[in-house]
Design a protein around this ligand. Sequence first.
Ligand SMILES: [Fe+2]
Ligand SMILES: [Fe+2]
Length: 181
Amino acid sequence: MKLADINRKNWTETLSLEWSATYRYKMQTAIFNNPRIVAIIDGIMRNESDHIDIAQKHLLPEFEPKVKGFQTILFFLYLNLEFERFANKSYAGFAREAEDPRSKEDFLRLVKSEGGHAKIFREMIEQIENGNFPVVIICPVCGWELDFGSSPKEGAMAQCEKCKVEFRLVEKQGDWDVERI
Ligand SMILES: [Fe+2]
Ligand SMILES: [Fe+2]
């Protein structure tokens, strides 16, 4: 079943709100020194993470990746791109509305940063979809890198340079992963 556009938009917005809530509460549990308040905020934060799962459950199946093995990464990169474009546009509006020159200058600074972030995500998505981004997986035995190069075939083999264990590249639920041989 396809999500209607309005559902997609609202679940995307929900995800942004819940991610920002999680960050907000994580930061506060790190700086507050009252254990009772930290415990309450920690409880709320865990509940927000359930909300994140709910929003992702609605959005992820809607996503049809154009390339094999990058489903989860591409899903999040597209959301990041959308977010950075939104931030860029919002701050440009805030800069226009600013009544003091210091606010205007700082909003314009943010516009530049967010524009840069959007470009980074757009180019990364392009590279992945054109098969030019290397498939590198963390070695599950020692934590080093297993490099399968760009556009590898499923079943490709790699030996870890550090622990010398051999792995086969497999696709699991749309994502590249490795199996020990
Ligand atoms: Fe940004
Ligand atoms: Fe290894």
